[in-house]
Design a protein around this ligand. Sequence first.
Ligand code: N2P
Length: 612
Amino acid sequence: MAEAEAGADVKRGLGLFALGVYLFLYAPIVVLAALSFNESRSSATWEGFTFAWYLKLLQNAQVMQALRSSLIVAFVSTVVSTLLGTAAALAFHRHRFRRAAWLEALFALPIVVPEIVIASSLVLLYAALSLRLGLVTVVLAHVAFSVSYVVVVVRARLHGFDRTLEEAAMDLGAGPWRTLFAVTLPLCAPAILAGALLAFALSIDDYVITSFVAGVGSTTLPLQIYSMVRSGVSPEINAVSTLLLLATSLLLLAAHLLERGRPARLCAAPAGLGFALLAGPFLLGGPSAAGGERALNLYIWSNYIAPETLAKFEARHGVKVNVDLYDSNEALLAKLQAGNANYDVVCPSNYAVAILARQDLLLPLDLSALPNLAHVDPAFLDRPHDPGNRLSIPYFWGTTGIAYRKSRTGPIDSWNALWDPRFAGRILMLDDARETLGAALLLDGRGVNEEDPAALGRARQRLLAQKPLVRTYNSADFDQVLLAGDVWLAQGWSGQFAKAMDQDPDIEYVVPKEGSSFFLDSLAIPRGAPHPQLAHAFLDFVMEPEIAAEICATMRYSTPNRSARALLPAAIRDHPAIFPPADVMRRVELLEDVGEATVLYDRLWTEVKSAR
Ligand code: N2P
């Protein structure tokens, strides 16, 4: 009796455990889907049920364009990989040749090779072949990884395949082709379809590989979602993620049913619904750019230009602006050094301009096409990183400092606060080699442009010691993380913090007493830019006083444009975080090109990041 009860208890316990596991797996998804119907913009409060975010999606030209790219890529790569994969599976099934097992294992390799390895090797290959990054390179990459899945799925099905049926057909006089089309393929159809659906779902979903091999104008839906996340999570993102999730789940369900040998009718429903979810918004959707239209390809820091401003340029020139975002000079350098990125305008910091200039990767500017350069404060012109502004024009500047939640931390004036164990788990640091090592160097009484390996080694030690206290390294939306209350202190850049201060009076910004760095970010045109003329027009556009003032007022980084500054409202013009007083400016040092030591900075930072 007691035993039976104990047995029931164990059963109940296991049941609860299983429930817990499922909750753990699916709770985030449920929250995401629920929030996509929340009327409120913030995830903190529920204000009622709405479909508004889904409707907004339909009007979002960028999302629609990304969806279009995703569908084209998924469709083409599915067809190609299904054809290749099926042929390979049939060959492996049928012919027992020397080394067959090896060759088959080679086919499965992409399933186990880390995505990041496939991604970086593809980039190298494309560069070696001088293939321009775009839809074609994305399709090739997707074929490369999905073909393996098709082979595995089709091959599994062929295991149970009765070869005597083929032989019977041949005995009855059918030739090899006839046998293939009348017997073999119809029998394998469910497996082939399942493989195709899997390939489609993988392609629609892929982020890592695509992010490496996509160029401008070939942004797929996952890339678009990620770039939206970086400019602030909104319910629109929840909506598009929910749709994507639902569509891929349905396709996978259909693939699964087919594989289990369920009748095609049964599988058609989820597959059809999945496709409809993806294609529906695409067909109903609002404007999307026609192919071949003139476009400006802009590669710029996140939080550096507002869509409204870009819309003005688009309207004035009758063009479309494609924007890709990055959060470190190193990311920009890597893209341009890979050599086939297709960008028209980029935004390197002064020291990155120097590096790019050394490598001859920038197009000399035609200054006669830039009359608005006259509005720029001469203090920002003709600097050592680009004498005579042959290659770049100043866009924004700003300081690096600490923003903090006063009510939690009390007043802060030193970099030491970011090493204070009292704030363990409440500290955010930039994800940036120069800035993190810079802060550590300042605490050591050194400067932010230090090249001495011994001093840099000590800075690395300091960052390693700090690491257990750090909640996250983030150069993208560090202001949002602070606003959300997840951290109390954040190293970061002035503009986004100035904005955060306006949104929450509990937030304060300080340039620490030990000193800090400041940056001067410029616009430049890479060599090989497809639209150099339009790029010049863009450079001149952002230097127009009204436009420069708008850019500064929306992004809150500091404008080097004298005429624009005069147009700014006093609250911005006199904001101490945006245009710091003289005593603060005396303790900041411009980040400079450190030449050979650049590699050392990168290595030390990687060591800090990968340490456990
Ligand atoms: C904007 C980053 C500021 C650029 N997200 C620092 N060089």
